[in-house]
Design a binder for this molecule. Structure first.
Ligand code: HEM
Length: 449
């Protein structure tokens, strides 16, 4: 690829007070309203209501928070409060011994061999989606969400139809949107009560998801039933915890994996399709690679290794549009970060969005450039400057699952369909928890053969 391509990003202005993150577009889009300095400075410090917030932008400091001194940085109490009604004390929202025990319980299900064994499931979901398409316009953000939801239900929950229904999809979207409203109440230390119709829909969505997953878990008691992720989870938790606690944790983790496991990957698929729709030559090359790779057999676990070009496209897309643009920690005790004192209770906000586009870390950071992904340049970089999946002991447990799933699904779709942008339609990033194109991603589909 020769021509320089800079995909859209929100405009950058002057620094604004952090409280403004709770009003207007900034309240809807985490990556909106950043100043130019935020992409140049090595450390940002600010006060948000009662909290001291640090945003480290030096990869060495990020490494200290996530790895070197990770014991001093836990998931923030306000985030846990916000997440508790939905994912309780599951893997994502627990700390200490409870987190460690749960991480051990699920580790085997996400080991490389286990993930590679899921390629046929990923392929079947991709094929089923693609078979139903007709040439014309389709919202690929919705298609990606349906497909990844189907993948999670098939690969972790024995394909339970309650987890792939339209109603489940609507409730998930509502709970994510409702979460934004609750965020302000949680940060202010207020009880989380629904104040707006959106917040009310969010709460109803949470209730539906929680009750559905609780029913799915209870039907599998006491021995976990099938030899799948959920069965293993229930059995392993019952070996370690008293029955009541084990059941509660099984529901918490069912919700955690159901939610964490599909919305993020759907966004990764969507942004990759957006980039490829803007770069037709690259798309043709990726489609050609996909066809060759698939000729060895559709469910072949070695498929991802035969997609090096597509893999680079995915990595560069996750740099420019990290599906999780920020995540947070709270300091447990004293520390010093980049010469700034950190006290117990301070917030450390880790921002892949800022790190991935930082001027001191990347050449021409806003441009899409596959040459960044040669082995040589990859190894020359600090490993904590590119963190779409986080880092350290709490690195995304589903990172490999997501990568193999995204490559398999994209290979299937690209081998049969070509994707073109809608003329005149602008794409903008949106979302507070995850980053997706505002209003979906309608693309024009035509058959490749
Ligand atoms: C492109 C897709 C994905 C992205 C960008 C992503 C991103 C992340 C990030 C940044 C974290 C770390 C959060 C933190 O440190 O506070 C995380 C954690 C986590 N992710 Fe993912 N994720 C993806 C896919 C998945 C999938 C497919 C699953 C499961 C099937 C999953 C399950 C989890 C869980 C359970 C955690 C918590 C791990 C722990 O705290 O030990 N994620 N993810």
């Amino acid at each position: 690829m020769t021509a320089r391509f800079v995909p859209p990003h929100p405009p950058r202005g002057k620094p604004v007070a952090m409280w403004r993150g709770f009003v207007g577009e900034r309240a809807r889009t985490a990556v909106y309203g950043w100043s130019k300095e935020a992409f140049r400075k090595r450390h940002l410090r600010m006060k948000v209501f009662a909290f001291n917030v640090h945003i480290p932008l030096d990869p060495n400091v990020v490494e200290r928070v996530l790895l070197g001194n990770a014991g001093n940085y836990e998931k923030p109490r306000v985030v846990k409060k916000l997440l508790r009604p939905l994912i309780g004390e599951g893997l994502l929202s627990s700390d200490g011994a409870l987190w460690r025990d749960q991480r051990r319980v699920v580790a085997g299900s996400f080991a490389p061999a286990a993930v590679d064994g899921k390629v046929p499931v990923f392929a079947a979901a991709a094929r089923a989606a693609g078979d139903a398409w007709r040439p014309g316009t389709r919202d690929m953000a919705a298609a990606a969400t349906e497909t990844t939801m189907c993948v999670i239900a098939m690969s972790l929950f024995a394909g339970d139809p309650r987890l792939t229904s339209d109603i489940a999809m609507r409730h998930i979207a509502a709970s994510l949107e409702g979460g934004n409203v609750a965020r302000l109440q949680a940060v202010l230390g207020l009880p989380i009560v629904p104040l707006t119709p959106k917040a009310l829909r969010g709460l109803r969505g949470q209730k539906f998801l929680r009750e559905t997953l609780a029913a799915v878990v209870h039907e599998r008691l006491p021995d976990g039933g099938a030899e799948d992720f959920l069965g293993h989870l229930i059995r392993a938790l019952r070996e370690r915890f008293p029955p009541e606690e084990a059941t509660a944790l099984a529901v918490d983790n069912a919700a955690t994996f159901y939610l964490a496991g599909h919305e993020t990957t759907a966004n990764a698929l969507t942004w990759t399709l957006f980039i490829l729709s803007e770069l037709p030559e690259l798309q043709n090359d990726a489609a050609q690679e996909a066809r060759q790779a698939l000729s060895a057999g559709e469910g072949d676990p070695g498929l991802p290794e035969r997609l090096p070009l597509l893999h680079r496209v995915l990595e560069e897309t996750l740099r420019l549009y990290p599906p999780v643009p920020r995540f947070d920690r709270e300091a447990v005790g004293l520390d010093s970060l980049a010469g700034h004192e950190v006290r117990a209770g301070d917030f450390i906000s880790i921002w892949p969005w800022l790190l991935h586009r930082h001027e001191a870390l990347w050449d021409d950071p806003n441009a899409f450039d596959l040459d960044r992904w040669t082995d040589e340049r990859r190894h020359a970089r600090h490993r904590f400057q590119y963190i779409p999946f986080g880092g350290g002991p709490r690195v995304c447990v589903g990172a490999r699952f997501a990568t193999v799933e995204a490559l398999t699904v994209l290979a299937h779709w690209l081998s049969r369909w070509s994707f073109a942008p809608m003329p005149g339609r602008e794409v903008a990033a949106s979302g507070m928890v995850t980053l997706r194109p505002k209003g979906g991603l309608p693309l024009r589909l035509s058959r490749r053969d």
